[in-house]
Design a protein around this ligand. Structure first.
Ligand code: SF4
Length: 893
């Protein structure tokens, strides 16, 4: 165990709470601050952290935390709040039945929290109505695994990416969404330059930095490509007939459907919008490379035909016998830190618990008997999209939302807000006081968060790791498992929820996994069923199954060619490819794609707390190809309205050839606290995959129009500003200040009066106005410091923000700076660092461009030596390479 010392206490390592890579984290106290670093002994990251993980220590302050229970906006004690939740849920159930209530939970919960929530809903309330935000992230992979393998069990491990000779990355910007796993791949490719990487994605993302081939295919056409590959493998005699004979079924139907739907290479290329040579190159590499791993993620999963796409990928691996072997497997990588743990306990509405299914009456009986459950759910509950529709329709009358923010993250998000506004009773457990979702809560329950609670999470390679507490929960915050158990007790189920610590829940979970499991269920952690508190505290990362038979865990599954289907054979699935559910048309001619950016996490409630992470991409943006930008009369820096049949958002335009013509991309993160209209999911359509229920977040017919702004501005202030009076604004946290970027369609009239109304009238005001040039600039000095500044333009550009932001950090404004303050730039010769590229060492764009130009830096290594940029987490390396290429031409990856 990796232990470090905080004060006089020894703190074991913990796990990052962000993405599904599941990196091990060491925590130490440096002076008054908590600092984190990568755990060199954790098998997922071997000491690395990405920019988000490295900044975790900066997100632990109590600003914005929900610290006490609240009922109808009033702070109350726990007993009052818990009584209210239990009694209202009880009343609704008594009047309308168990299906009139629901839980909507999260891949942010620890496995122990998840287990208790699922047990309460499915075993004691008696409804299947518990679904999770993991529905949006990997329910498609779950369904595809079950169709192919008979179990939701990921075949491989991270090491397989390093051992492969060909890594195919489909629908994943791994470099930004799973950065440490990507860095492991980068290192492996550097060590073995013969390794090939193919990236299949409509966008040319940072992940393409190491790609030998990028297939920028038509959105949604992946199944055509993989069906064509299956047919090609047959034609090239590259199938593993022995494996198909011994370990698979369904091949003939899958192949004939693939042949009919895909056709020749020219037909595949046409269906996918690719050139024939690229398709052929990919097919040949795949056919000739035994050690091939195909990584797939949200570009496959978040689709109205995602399960078929995932099975088309799995088909080519089964047909070549490339599964269960070192360096060979299809590999779904999950988005959230504990999406996998949720799958294990039955956090999805259509699962039971411990990977058992409602379809199996013996499994339902087994779980009921184990739990001694009085009112077992008879079948699956409502999946996320249907659940919120049922709330909207008044069929579900009470909902408890835990650790998630559906008003930002669910598609058709305005309708989700409408549903919650109509709902009789909304409970939200969260660590944050003010989110887009907590605004609709009748009862708010303060939850403990990362660093304050104990439990386990499971990463994308089935590795269970401990999250450990190193801080006491602040105020009245409590762990989720405790909150749920207290409500259960008040609903009359005290005996079944008499947990005093998470290890008791973990033991129960482990016992259920091995109950009457004779090797017929993949998920089995029975070897941990008797774990005591000390062993739980010391638990080392381990990959399930961890059964009596497997002992120390299992890196790869299916190595023996046996699967969890009735026949013991894997199933190839006949896939009829389909394009996205809603087609483009004249009114909505562009395909809106959504996704993550490098330095933010989900709906920003934690990651936007640190200036280091907001400095990289600080505004909601929309990326558009130059051809489409010209057609829409858009230029970089404009504010655009992106609208669909479901809703609209506003975002800053970036024109880039990295975006495929015919499509636009906008990030998923911005919420109502940080932007006036930055919620992309307000635009996104609610179509879902018919098998998995996962929404089509990657394709919404949309149009993009320039917002007819008359002015643009930015304000610097000590506190967040309210009542901005601008159609567009976004709020950015800086060090010791806030910045607001604004744009409006009507000028406020009197700029000076507006400045004072925003920043406060007190203090000495410096004001400059040039009506002819359309400029207004004002700054307020209080007690020798710049307390606020406002820069407005009606026709030109605004100054860069970096130097002015630095003035906000000064204790005393120096006279030399005061002279230049309203010019907005320092004395000649000082270079503005510009927007941050390297978050670890805060190296800005202008600094990099200047050094590349003046010092002749011609490699990423040279930049690292000169400026340190790119030498820590490595997440910015693709951007560094692009900057060099901008001046010097192509640089070797
Ligand atoms: Fe955390 Fe994922 Fe980054 Fe690892 S890669 S540090 S788990 S966000």
């Amino acid at each position: 165990m990796n232990a470090v010392t905080i004060g006089t206490r020894v703190i074991p390592g913990t796990t990052c709470p962000y993405c599904g890579v599941g990196c091990g984290v060491q925590v130490r106290q440096e002076h008054q601050a908590v600092a984190v670093s990568g755990d060199p002994q954790h098998p997922a990251n071997h000491g690395r952290l990405c920019s988000k993980g490295a900044a975790l220590g900066e997100t632990l302050d109590l600003e914005g935390r929900l610290l006490e229970p609240m009922v109808d906006g009033q702070a109350v004690d726990w007993a009052h709040a818990l009584d209210r939740v239990a009694s209202r849920f009880g009343e609704v159930i008594a009047a309308h039945g168990p299906d009139a209530v629901a839980f909507y939970v999260s891949g942010q919960l620890l496995t122990e929290d998840y287990y208790v929530a699922n047990k309460l809903m499915k075993g004691f309330i008696g409804s299947g109505n518990i679904d999770t935000n993991s529905r949006l992230c990997m329910s498609t992979a779950v369904a595809a695994h079950k169709r192919a393998f008979g179990a939701d069990a990921v075949p491989g491990c991270y090491e397989d990416l390093e051992l492969a000779d060909l890594v195919v990355i489909v629908g994943s910007n791994t470099a930004w969404a799973h950065p440490v796993l990507y860095q492991r791949l980068v290192a492996a490719k550097q060590a073995r330059p013969g390794m090939r990487v193919v990236v299949i994605d409509p966008r040319r993302t940072a992940t393409c930095d190491i790609a030998d081939l990028h297939l920028g295919l038509r959105p949604g056409s992946d199944a055509f490509l993989f069906n064509g590959l299956l047919d090609f493998l047959r034609r090239e005699d590259a199938l593993d007939w022995g494996y198909l004979e011994a370990s698979a079924e369904g091949f003939s139907a899958a192949l004939s459907t693939a042949c009919e739907s895909a056709g020749s290479i020219p037909q595949v290329a046409a269906a996918c919008g690719l050139d024939e040579a690229s398709v052929l190159a990919f097919y040949r590499w795949f056919a000739r490379t035994a050690r091939t791993v195909t990584v797939f993620s949200q570009g496959i999963n978040q689709s109205s035909s995602g399960v078929d796409k995932a099975n088309a990928i799995i088909n080519v691996h089964l047909a070549t016998g490339r599964i269960g072997k070192p360096g060979a497997c299809p590999f779904s990588i999950t988005g959230q830190p504990n999406a996998m743990g949720g799958r294990e306990v039955g956090g999805l509405a259509n699962q039971l618990a411990a990977h058992m299914d409602f379809e199996d009456p013996a499994a339902v009986e087994r779980v009921q008997r184990f739990w001694q459950a009085p009112g077992m759910a008879g079948g699956p509950g409502l999946k996320a999209i249907d659940l919120f529709e049922a709330i909207h329709a008044g069929k579900v009358k009470a909902v408890w939302i835990m650790a998630t923010n559906p008003v930002v993250s669910l598609p058709n998000a305005d309708r989700v807000a409408e549903a919650l506004a109509r709902c009789d009773f909304v409970v939200v457990s969260d660590c944050m006081r003010d989110t887009d979702t907590t605004r609709y809560a009748h009862v708010l329950l303060p939850a403990a968060t990362w660093g304050e609670k104990e439990g386990t999470v499971t990463n994308s390679e089935r590795r269970i790791s401990r999250q450990r507490a190193f801080l006491p929960p602040p105020g009245h915050a409590r762990p989720d498992w405790w909150i749920i158990s207290q409500v259960a007790a008040r609903m009359g189920f005290a005996a079944a929820f008499d947990y005093r610590q998470p290890v008791e829940i973990f033991r129960e979970h482990a016992r259920l996994s091995s109950l009457e499991n004779r090797g017929d269920r993949a998920f089995d952690i029975g070897a941990l069923a008797d774990i005591d508190s000390d062993a739980y505290d010391a638990l080392q990362p381990v990959q399930w199954p961890v059964s009596m038979a497997t002992g120390q865990g299992t890196a790869r599954l299916y190595a023996d060619g046996r699967f969890y289907t009735a026949s013991g054979r894997a199933r190839l699935v006949a896939v009829n490819p389909r394009y996205p559910h809603y087609a483009l048309d004249d009114a909505y001619p562009l395909a809106l794609n959504t996704g993550r950016i490098r330095d933010q996490w989900h709906t920003m409630t934690r990651s936007a707390k640190t200036p280091r992470l907001t400095a990289h991409l600080d505004e909601p943006f929309v990326q558009i190809h130059p051809v489409d930008a010209a057609a829409c009369r858009l230029a970089t820096g404009d504010i655009a309205r992106i609208s669909s049949r479901w809703g609209a958002m506003l975002a800053r335009v970036t024109v880039t050839e990295e975006q495929r013509p015919g499509g636009v991309f906008a990030p998923m993160h911005w919420n109502a606290q940080f932007a006036s209209a930055g919620r992309v999911d307000a635009v996104v359509n609610p179509a879902t995959d018919p098998v998995s229920g996962q929404p089509e977040l990657k394709h919404t017919p949309a149009r993009v129009q320039r917002l007819a702004t008359q002015w643009q501005a930015f304000a610097l202030s000590r506190e967040p500003l309210a009542g901005l009076g601008a159609e567009y604004w976004c709020r950015i946290r800086g060090q010791r200040h806030w910045r607001h970027e604004m744009a409006g369609c009507q000028p406020p009239g009197d700029w000076a009066a507006w400045a004072r109304s925003l920043l406060g009238a007190e203090g000495e005001w410096l004001i400059f106005e040039d009506e002819a040039q359309g400029r207004f600039r004002a700054a307020c000095i209080r007690e020798g410091q710049v307390s606020g500044a406002l820069f407005v333009t009606t026709q030109g550009a605004l100054p860069e923000r970096g130097w002015l932001a630095a003035l906000m950090r000064q204790e005393v404004l120096e006279e030399a700076d005061r002279v230049h303050l309203l010019a907005g730039r320092p004395a000649r010769g000082v270079v503005e660092s510009g927007p941050a590229v390297c978050a670890c060492f805060n190296v800005g764009l202008n600094t990099l461009l200047s050094a590349i130009e003046s010092d002749g830096l011609d490699s990423v290594e040279a930049i690292g030596q000169a400026l340190k940029a790119g030498t820590n987490c490595g997440s910015c390396v693709p951007e560094l390479r692009k900057l060099i290429e901008r001046r010097n031409g192509p640089v070797a990856a």
